[in-house]
Design a protein around this ligand. Structure first.
Ligand code: SF4
Ligand code: SF4
Length: 88
Protein backbone atom coordinates (compact mmCIF):
# COMPACT_ATOMS: atom_id res chain seq x y z
CA UNK A 1 0.00 0.00 0.00
CA UNK A 2 1.44 3.45 -0.98
CA UNK A 3 2.48 5.75 1.88
CA UNK A 4 0.49 8.95 2.36
CA UNK A 5 3.14 11.66 2.33
CA UNK A 6 2.40 15.38 2.45
CA UNK A 7 2.37 15.78 -1.33
CA UNK A 8 -0.22 13.01 -1.77
CA UNK A 9 -2.39 14.50 0.97
CA UNK A 10 -2.20 17.90 -0.72
CA UNK A 11 -3.23 16.39 -4.07
CA UNK A 12 -6.16 14.55 -2.45
CA UNK A 13 -7.28 17.74 -0.65
CA UNK A 14 -7.05 19.74 -3.89
CA UNK A 15 -9.09 17.16 -5.82
CA UNK A 16 -11.77 17.12 -3.11
CA UNK A 17 -11.88 20.92 -3.04
CA UNK A 18 -12.17 21.23 -6.82
CA UNK A 19 -14.85 18.50 -6.93
CA UNK A 20 -16.83 20.31 -4.22
CA UNK A 21 -16.59 23.65 -6.04
CA UNK A 22 -17.76 22.10 -9.32
CA UNK A 23 -20.60 20.24 -7.55
CA UNK A 24 -21.77 23.45 -5.86
CA UNK A 25 -21.60 25.33 -9.16
CA UNK A 26 -23.70 22.75 -11.03
CA UNK A 27 -26.44 21.88 -8.52
CA UNK A 28 -29.03 24.01 -6.73
CA UNK A 29 -30.32 23.25 -3.24
CA UNK A 30 -33.66 21.38 -3.01
CA UNK A 31 -36.86 23.42 -2.98
CA UNK A 32 -39.53 23.26 -0.28
CA UNK A 33 -43.08 23.13 -1.64
CA UNK A 34 -44.67 25.33 0.98
CA UNK A 35 -48.23 24.26 0.18
CA UNK A 36 -47.31 20.63 1.02
CA UNK A 37 -45.02 21.22 4.02
CA UNK A 38 -46.71 20.63 7.39
CA UNK A 39 -43.72 21.74 9.45
CA UNK A 40 -43.11 18.35 11.09
CA UNK A 41 -39.34 18.97 11.21
CA UNK A 42 -38.30 15.48 10.07
CA UNK A 43 -36.14 16.95 7.30
CA UNK A 44 -34.27 19.25 9.67
CA UNK A 45 -33.47 16.32 11.98
CA UNK A 46 -31.70 14.36 9.22
CA UNK A 47 -29.94 17.25 7.49
CA UNK A 48 -26.20 16.67 8.03
CA UNK A 49 -25.29 20.35 7.87
CA UNK A 50 -28.17 21.92 9.80
CA UNK A 51 -29.29 23.76 6.67
CA UNK A 52 -33.02 23.41 7.40
CA UNK A 53 -34.92 25.59 9.84
CA UNK A 54 -38.63 25.45 10.57
CA UNK A 55 -40.04 28.94 10.37
CA UNK A 56 -43.74 29.54 10.93
CA UNK A 57 -44.39 25.80 10.47
CA UNK A 58 -42.62 25.61 7.11
CA UNK A 59 -39.18 24.21 6.31
CA UNK A 60 -36.67 26.74 5.01
CA UNK A 61 -33.42 25.59 3.37
CA UNK A 62 -30.29 27.71 3.58
CA UNK A 63 -28.72 27.23 0.14
CA UNK A 64 -25.31 28.36 1.43
CA UNK A 65 -25.14 25.61 4.05
CA UNK A 66 -26.82 22.87 1.97
CA UNK A 67 -24.48 20.30 0.44
CA UNK A 68 -27.19 19.01 -1.96
CA UNK A 69 -27.25 15.46 -0.60
CA UNK A 70 -31.06 15.17 -1.07
CA UNK A 71 -31.44 13.31 2.25
CA UNK A 72 -34.28 15.68 3.18
CA UNK A 73 -36.04 14.86 -0.09
CA UNK A 74 -35.97 11.14 0.69
CA UNK A 75 -37.04 11.73 4.30
CA UNK A 76 -40.09 13.92 3.75
CA UNK A 77 -43.14 11.66 3.79
CA UNK A 78 -45.30 14.53 2.51
CA UNK A 79 -43.30 14.87 -0.72
CA UNK A 80 -42.86 18.50 0.18
CA UNK A 81 -39.26 18.86 -0.97
CA UNK A 82 -38.22 18.83 -4.60
CA UNK A 83 -34.72 17.43 -5.14
CA UNK A 84 -31.71 19.38 -6.31
CA UNK A 85 -31.71 20.54 -9.91
CA UNK A 86 -28.95 21.38 -12.36
CA UNK A 87 -28.35 25.11 -12.72
CA UNK A 88 -27.79 24.78 -16.47
S1 SF4 B 1 -40.21 16.71 6.43
FE1 SF4 B 1 -41.48 17.59 4.80
S2 SF4 B 1 -43.38 18.21 5.79
FE2 SF4 B 1 -41.89 17.88 7.42
S3 SF4 B 1 -41.00 19.95 7.76
FE3 SF4 B 1 -39.70 18.90 6.26
S4 SF4 B 1 -40.51 19.54 4.26
FE4 SF4 B 1 -42.07 20.01 5.79
S1 SF4 C 1 -30.00 18.40 0.52
FE1 SF4 C 1 -28.91 17.56 2.31
S2 SF4 C 1 -27.74 19.30 3.10
FE2 SF4 C 1 -29.28 20.15 1.73
S3 SF4 C 1 -30.99 20.69 3.04
FE3 SF4 C 1 -31.37 18.60 2.28
S4 SF4 C 1 -30.51 17.24 3.83
FE4 SF4 C 1 -29.69 19.29 4.21
Amino acid sequence: MPRLNHRRLLVIAAVLLITGVIYAAVWTAPTVLRNKCVGCGDCSKVCPTGAITIIREKAVIDAETCIKCDLCVRTCTYNAIQGKARKF
